[in-house]
Structures are given as C-alpha cells and as structure tokens.
Design a protein around this ligand. Structure first.
Ligand code: GLN
Length: 495
C-alpha cells in the first residue's frame, strides 16, 4: 500500500495494534491527503486542527496502556456538518447557522468519542441536507474525486468524497431520502442507511424527522459494520429510538448467499427511467448472486411509482415545521432590519436560507395548510402506508431486495441545478426504503464507460441489517471493486 491514507479501517486497526504506526501517523496521513485534494474537492467545511490531534494522542496513549475500545480506536473519521459537535462550528451548510458553535455533542458524536475515534472535521452538504448534488451548500460545491467536473452526489457529498479520496478512513452522513447511498454510489464507496430508530437522531439537525437516519461511508463492507455497531443503540433522548438489544450485524459476512431468496425490484429495472449501463451491471450482478447459490426472483413494488411524490410532500411538510426554530432569535443569523419582531424574523429567514430550503418550506407549509392538509399530506401518508405494506409483503417471500442505487452515475456540476424535478429523480430507488423505515446499503460494483462508479443497492426488512450485510459482503467479493478515484491515484504516482 502506497500510503497509510488508503488503508481500510480494519487494515489500519491491525497496524495500530501491531505497533506498525500510531493514530497520530494516521491523522497525519489523512491531513496530508486533505491538503493535496481540498483545493479541488472542497469536501471539508472545517478541519479540527485542535481536537483531532488531541484525540489521536489520547488514542495512542490508550493503546500503550493496553486499553482497547474496539475497531474505531485511533481511526480518523469525518462527520457531515449537520451533526452537533461540542465547541466545533456546525452549520448544516446554511448561512443561517454560520458561526454557530454547539454547546453539546450529538449522541453519535458522543459514542464515537467514547470509542476512541478521532474526528477530523466537518464535511460539506446540501443546505440542511436538502439536495442530491451538494450544490445547494451556502459555502460552495463539493466535486467528485473521480472527475471534478461531476457532482459527488448529495446531500452528504462531502462525507462521500473524503471517504473515497482518503482524507478520512470513513465518514458519517445522514440519509432522509438517499443522502448516504446516492453519494456513495457516485463516489465508489459503501454507504448505508440503518433501520429507522436504530441510530439516535439526538443532535442531528432535523430535516424530516420521520425519515432521517445517520449512516456510515466506508471503503469496505466490514468497515461499515464496525462503524454502525459503534453508533447504534437505544438513546432515551430520541423519542423514536428503538429500545431493543442491538443485533450483531456482522455475524453472517462470510456466509455467502447460498440458499437465500433475493428479489430484484423490477420497477427499478425500467429502461425508461434507469440508464441502460446501470441496468446491465445490476442484472449481471444478480446473475452472479444466482451462480453463488441464491435464488433470484423478480419482485414488483408498484406503489414505489408514487414514492417520490409522497416523499416530496412528507419531507417538506416536516421540514417546514423543523426549520421554524431558525428565527434570528435563538440561533445564528439575525437581520439588521429595523422593525417589529415579526419583520426581523422574516428578514432573518429570507437572508439566511437558500433557494431550495425556501422552496421546501413553502411547499411544506402549503401541504399542511387548512383545506389542503388531507388532499396533500394525508394522501402522502396513505401512500407511505402502501409502500410499507408492499415491502412487508415482499419480505414474506424473499430475504432481501436488490436494485440499482441510482438511475444514473454522477452527473455534471450545474447539469440539474436549475431543474428541481430532474434533481429529485436522483432519489427514485432510494426513497422507498426511507418511507418504509427499512435498512439499505449501496456497494460499488464497477465503472461505466465514463469511468464513473456504479452503485448496487441491497435492501432488507426492519432490523434486518445482518441479512443486508450478508448479501452486501457477497456482492463486494463478486465485484472485487478495487479501483480508486483519479484524485487519490494521481497523488500516489506524484509523491
Ligand atoms: N435528495 C433528497 C432530498 O433532497 C434526499 C436528501 C436526504 O436524504 N437528506 O430531499
């Protein structure tokens, strides 16, 4: 391996425990990688030059004292900038929160710190996680390390890019309608959305609370398991947290898929909506799973056709309520406008929010307004129930579902930014799992003819992470996807 920054988390863990290098060395390697790529990528909003070295030193001290807190001890990881970090600026990529320093850590951050992880910094996102390209950030666009003319996906585009390029060993994002899986697909890394309620949302800046889940980006399936195990579990500070024993997600990684029944979602293999190269790659992987001993059957999920419409009513409705707290009084930006309190609030919001956020607040407020509530919001909730039931029925016949992660590979910067509907279509294959509340993962399986990664999605029933990872591990073995992005490899040849 040419550079420490290219190791997986499990490889880095072996080296740390063998004394081949220290956590301080690992932090130096990813910091150097960031310094060589950030001018082109702009994936980080903040690098924590104070906290990270202190955490690395204390992880090294734990190792030398024989204290071992598990797979993330001493490992530098990055966080999407919508997770609250005590003493470190947290903006959700919005002008309205610029300069805001949280007085507390999100539960996920607390758990990471307790596990001995090193937090490198905060990554760029679409403002308040609304978008599919990271172009909606108030602080500039993140670029795709495979081709800097392309978007990295979104909304967790910064987290995806740092995991892909090696300016962290892994990272965390949030997935409301696909914001971990879609950017993972676009950047050639593994990205996972847990069962709703498995990971605490406490300290995650809320977008759509009934859909939001935090999930890991990694360069291998087993790293994804290790990261999820650290962040998941009951938290009394999140009212929707599942109060149950956390299953061992990685128990079946080596089992293969022999004897499993796997459903390929026929609605997501439609050439009218999905690129033909992606359909071909997905079909080829399904055939290989069949060769590995699984029975692959076609499964129709007809109500997924309405998922996108339902999501774009439910998510804006919830966001219009969640974002009401940004009023210029309690947090962040306050307008200089002199007038009544209401006028000050209106001006603060108009100055602080970007156009997509304003569009969603308006859509959501309209969908919830008297006289329209049942026609829009109520109808969307009924569709959500249908989607949920359809998935539940499917899982009576199959162990897991597979599909493409995205309708296309990474698109060009600026290509869809003036057409919100075209942008919304990026999430066609990912949104249904959020509506159902089920776990889903994207695993890279190859490159298209433009040398851009193709993602393969595996979905499982609620709390079916073990089965989901079992199939994902087999897909990873079969795909043997070892290519690295142009930006990372260009660094290896030019020391
Ligand atoms: N792209 C979707 C949206 O804009 C999903 C975002 C997300 O998962 N946070 O709402």
């Amino acid at each position: 391996m040419a550079d420490l920054a290219d190791l997986t988390i499990s490889e880095a863990g072996v080296g740390l425990r063998a004394g081949d290098f220290t956590s301080v060395d690992l932090l130096e390697a990813v910091t150097k990688r960031a310094s060589m790529t950030e001018a082109q990528l702009h994936a980080y909003l903040t690098l924590d030059h104070e906290g990270a070295p202190t955490q690395a030193l204390s992880a090294d001290e734990m190792f030398s004292n024989g204290e071992d807190r598990g797979p993330l001890q001493g490992i530098p990881v990055a966080l999407k900038d919508n997770m609250c970090t005590l003493g470190v600026e947290t903006t959700a990529s919005s002008r309205i929160l610029a300069g805001w320093i949280p007085p507390y850590d999100a539960t996920v951050v607390e758990r990471l710190k307790a596990s001995g992880a090193v937090i490198t910094g905060k990554t760029n996102l679409d403002e308040f996680a609304m978008g599919s390209s990271t172009e909606n950030s108030a602080f500039g666009t993140t670029r795709n390390p495979w081709n800097t003319d392309k978007v990295p996906g979104g909304s967790s585009g910064g987290s995806a890019a740092v995991a892909a390029v090696g300016s962290a060993f892994g990272s965390f994002g949030s997935d409301t309608g696909g914001s971990v899986r879609q950017p993972a697909a676009f950047t050639g890394v593994v990205g996972m959305k847990p069962t709703y309620g498995l990971v605490s949302r406490y300290g995650l800046i809320a977008f759509a609370s009934s859909l939001d889940q935090i999930g890991p980006f990694s360069r291998s399936v087993s790293d994804s398991v290790a990261m999820l195990e650290i962040i998941s579990g009951f938290d009394p500070r999140d009212a929707t947290s599942i109060n149950a024993r956390v299953p061992e997600f990685g128990r079946s990684l080596a089992k293969g898929v022999s004897g499993m029944r796997i459903g390929i979602v026929s609605d997501f293999m439609n050439p009218d909506i999905i690129d033909s190269e992606i359909i071909a790659a997905t079909r080829a992987m399904a055939d290989r799973l069949q060769d590995s001993g699984a029975e692959v059957v076609e499964v129709a999920l007809p109500s997924t056709e309405f998922s996108l419409s339902a999501y774009y009513l439910i998510a804006p409705a919830e966001c219009s309520s969640n974002l009401a707290r940004f009023d210029g009084v309690r947090y962040g930006h306050r307008s200089d406008f002199e007038g009544t309190t209401e006028e000050m609030m209106a001006h603060s919001r108009a100055e602080g929010f970007g156009p997509e956020v304003i569009r969603r607040i308006l859509l959501g407020t309209y969908a919830l307004s008297a006289g329209y509530y049942d026609a829009f919001y109520g109808q969307a909730q009924r569709v959500r129930t249908l989607v949920r039931r359809e998935f539940a029925t499917a899982y009576e016949h199959v162990d897991a579902l597979i599909s493409p992660t995205t309708p296309s590979t990474a698109f060009g910067v600026g290509e869809k930014s003036s057409d919100p509907i075209a942008m919304y279509y990026s999430d066609l294959c990912t949104i249904p799992s959020n509506l159902a509340g089920d776990p889903a993962i994207s695993v890279p399986i190859g490159l298209d003819d433009q040398n851009l990664p193709i993602g393969f999605q595996i979905m499982a029933p609620a709390l079916g992470e073990e089965v989901m990872y079992q199939v994902a591990a087999e897909v990873e073995r079969l795909a043997d996807f070892t290519q690295r992005p142009y930006l990372a490899t260009s660094i290896e040849v030019k020391p």
